[in-house]
Design a protein around this ligand. Structure first.
Ligand SMILES: [Zn+2]
Length: 374
């Protein structure tokens, strides 16, 4: 373990100090590890037999730290070396299996958090002085590696992976419960797992749209299936009771994490706009607005936007803070939310949003909130 910690310190030093980057020290260290690192990671992750001692648990945690640092090097420095590339496309997909083995809760939570940060292009955000926003910069090789990770995650979700994700008590401090905090699910791990699945869906959807014979609106028909897995997972931990309005999941899960809530809202909006099947009712009853597929899947953007406004108590100063903050994607989300009315379904969406507001104000909404306070 001292070796792992030393490597982490060296790599972090290289990440935060541009003067050290200029030499070829980094490549020398990388090449020395290339042949053995993947095998070492695989051994650490597959030999988790109970009881797992404190030292083994700490080594796994340290290894996860190192994996995140390597992804940060890959993203921040565009380091196109095999070691970094294999972390995203081989080693992190293997780490998903840790959900099904008896490792301590804090290790499983760390896996989910590292996964989320990698899929958001935010690896190393806790220690980088000023992470660069590379999301919009083209890096085809990096996109391919992330696509492998996203596909592995979505395949695992299809096979019940989310049911193995634990949520032990409310905890905002890493690895331990806060004394005096109210009992409840660990919203940090629930939120990170949900956001990871959505980002994986977005990556897969984007790839499908790009490869879809030039069609901007490539439909992603599997979306409702994945959303059903996600909603089942959340229902189990949040203690939802029927009947329930599924779009509430965003504001319930991310009530303490504004930045992640906005990432989720933006992601759902993006996928909604490109899935025409979500816009129309399958019941044939146009008056029953709650039966629209987008509500049943918990991803109606108008609903989510209104519930988000409710979360901040319709306080204009909070919204202004969000707009000028560089720590959230609210500005981008806000612009997309309102420019989406320039979409080809603009008239339908305007009518839908207006009907929704009316319905919410008239009865259903307040009854729901009264029965299930946010
Ligand atoms: Zn809804």
């Amino acid at each position: 373990m001292p070796c792992l910690m030393s490597l982490i310190s060296v790599y972090k030093g290289i990440l935060v100090d541009e003067r050290i980057r200029k030499g070829d020290h980094l490549l020398q260290i990388m090449l020395a590890l290339e042949d053995v690192f993947e095998g070492f990671c695989s051994t650490c992750m597959t030999e988790c037999q109970p009881p797992l001692g404190a030292e083994s648990s700490s080594r796994l945690s340290c290894l996860l730290d190192l994996l995140e640092v390597l992804v940060a090097l890959r993203i921040e420095l565009k380091l196109n070396v095999s070691l970094c590339k294999r972390v995203l496309s081989v080693i992190l997909p293997q780490a998903l299996n840790l959900m099904s083995v008896p490792v301590p809760y804090f290790v499983k939570k760390q896996v989910i958090l590292v996964l989320k940060r990698c899929l958001l292009y935010k690896a190393g955000e806790d220690f980088l002085p000023s992470p660069h926003n590379l999301f919009n910069q083209q890096d085809a090789a990096l996109d391919e590696e992330l696509a492998v990770l996203a596909t592995t995650l979505l395949n695992a979700v299809q096979q019940g992976w989310l049911l193995q994700v634990p949520s032990c008590g409310r905890s905002s401090s890493f690895g331990g419960a806060n004394e005096g905090s109210e009992p409840g699910p660990d919203l940090v791990i629930l939120g990170a797992a949900s956001l990871s699945v959505l980002k994986a869906l977005e990556i897969q959807f984007r790839n499908k749209a790009c490869g879809g014979i030039g069609q901007g609106d490539a439909e992603f028909s599997e979306m409702p299936v994945y959303m059903a897995h996600l909603l089942n997972f959340l229902k189990r931990h949040l203690g939802w009771k029927e009947p329930v309005h599924f779009c509430e999941w965003v504001s319930l899960t991310f009530i303490e994490q504004d930045d992640d809530m906005l990432e989720v809202a933006k992601s759902l909006l993006q996928m909604y706009l490109h899935n025409p099947r979500l816009h129309s009712s399958t019941s044939g009853d146009e008056n029953d607005i709650w039966k629209l597929p987008s509500h049943q899947c918990g991803m109606n953007p108008h609903c989510i936007f209104l519930l988000l406004l409710k979360n901040v108590l319709f306080d204009a100063s909070v919204l202004l803070d969000f707009l000028i903050s560089s720590e959230t994607c609210f500005l981008e989300y806000f612009v997309r939310q309102w420019t989406c009315h320039g979409h080809k379904n603009a008239v339908h969406m305007w009518i839908h949003q207006w009907c929704l507001v009316q319905k919410m104000i008239s009865n259903h909404y307040f009854h729901t909130v009264k029965a299930h306070p946010l």
